[in-house]
Ligand binder design. Sequence first.
Ligand code: FES
Length: 102
Amino acid sequence: MKWIDAGATTNLLDGQAISIAAGRRMIAVARSGEAYYAIEDICTHDGAELTGGAIEGAEIICPRHGARFCLRTGEALSPPAYEPVRVFETKIEGGHLWVRAD
Ligand code: FES
């Protein structure tokens, strides 16, 4: 596992998610209020990128068919997705957001 620099926290707006590369994997880094999250950027229903989805509290809504995922746990909260997405640990250091990914 290694820490990946996702950029300055000031670059991520409240309610926004951006996609960062971690090797061959894409990770959606999201901010809701003062909380930061990192989840795999692929919907378990049909493979859409989650980064274009709305963020409501600690949930992100898939922009393709509307499945909701918990940003804390990755759990699928509503159909048509049933399988969770993977979540990654985050930390803030030196004003940057870091994501722990393999
Ligand atoms: S691809 Fe995400 S809900 Fe269908």
